[in-house]
Design a protein around this ligand. Structure first.
Ligand SMILES: [Mn+2]
Length: 359
């Protein structure tokens, strides 16, 4: 894809078919890349991409790709693709989310092929790969938005569902521009500490606090099918969520989530969303900073990782056409746990995509 980095050097590399440059092929002591996990034939009889298994190739080995999947240069032929958008030039406080995709990939080495909790077998169901990063412009946020929009147009044109590694939350705006071009106004499951519906920040229309205001203005969302979960913290006015509610969004402040399973909420959300296309946008700052300190604008008293997983698993059955996990800022969590959590949440998103089979 012209607007994605082809590889780390930016140059198309030619390897003989037997040699795969991504994580699937560098360790010649293992079996061939197609047999390392041996997920078996999918529903159509074809074999799908599979992560390199730590049973046969050391977890610390290989070039980091998301979930140790093969790297592909485009979304052609893929049902779902992990794609990074490494920017933090829309952030209002702590920077560092530009490093999010890279560290999520590193920490994703812990991910295995099956979801034994739910029975999901994504790699027996759909074709998935890591297609690298959008070639962003760190000196011009508006140009970055244009590049993101064009890259996602190309990804979506193949019928592929993008699973995005952010990057600050600004990226949801150009992604949703491309999503709405293909699918029309979509429903939105937005998990976040903040509504991200400011009109302007420091006089600017584009930033990580404004994406969903822009999306509404451009008709990218179906406002009656928008839910915002986990909102909290101090605010610029006493009725911080009035604008959201006035659009028809369902607002679920964090206080309605405290001490509760969110499975019942998600049953209501599924009824709200129906069968029409839905986008899932998960800001890691929805989680309590005790669990996910590596983020740009932390707020105390947030969701637990358990509740985050409940929200995503509760999206099973929705017509998901794209998902993102944004605002992981590795410099603020030297343990790597925030990125590890983000990697696991992205795996959970993969597991609830419409065509994934459950064993
Ligand atoms: Mn956000």
């Amino acid at each position: 894809m012209f607007s994605l980095c082809r590889n780390f050097s930016g140059v198309r590399r030619a390897f003989p078919p037997s040699f795969r440059p991504a994580a699937a092929g560098l360790c010649s002591q293992g079996p061939t890349s197609t047999s390392r996990v041996a997920p078996g034939p999918g529903a159509s009889g074809q074999r799908y991409n599979a992560p390199v298994s730590a049973e046969v190739v050391a977890r610390v080995s290989g070039i980091p790709t998301m979930a140790r999947l093969p790297h592909r240069e485009t979304a052609d032929g893929l049902d779902a693709a992990f794609v990074g958008v490494p920017i933090d030039t829309g952030t209002s406080n702590r920077p560092g989310a530009r490093f999010g995709p890279r560290q999520i990939r590193v920490e994703s080495a812990m991910l295995r092929a099956f979801n034994s909790s739910t029975g999901a077998a994504p790699y027996q169901s759909i074709a998935v790969a890591d297609i690298g990063d959008v070639n962003v412009n760190l000196y011009d946020l508006k140009d970055t938005c244009r590049r993101i929009r064009e890259a996602y147009r190309s990804i979506l044109s193949t019928g592929c569902v993008p699973l995005t590694l952010g990057g600050d939350h600004t990226i949801a705006y150009p992604i949703l521009q491309a999503v709405a071009e293909r699918h029309g106004p979509v429903g939105l499951v937005h998990v976040d500490a903040h509504a991200d519906t400011s009109d302007v920040m420091l006089g600017e229309k584009i930033g990580h606090g404004t994406p969903f205001r822009r999306c509404v203005e451009e008709g990218l969302l179906d406002p009656g099918r928008v839910v915002q979960v986990g909102l909290r913290g101090s605010s610029y006015s006493a009725d911080a969520y009035a604008w959201s509610r006035a659009q028809g969004f369902r607002v679920v402040p964090v206080e309605e989530c405290w001490f509760r399973s969110l499975a019942p909420l998600m049953a209501e959300v599924r009824a709200q969303m129906g069968g029409a296309p839905v986008y899932l946008s998960f800001d890691i700052d929805a989680l309590d900073p005790g669990f996910a300190p590596g983020t740009g604008t932390p707020e105390i008293a947030g969701l637990t990782p358990i509740q985050g997983v409940e929200i995503i698993r509760g999206c099973r059955g929705l017509n998901l056409v794209g998902c993102d996990l944004v605002e992981v800022s590795p410099p603020y969590d030297t343990t790597g746990n925030t990125a590890l959590t983000g990697a696991n949440l992205l795996f959970e998103m993969l597991c609830v995509l419409p065509k994934v089979r459950y064993l």
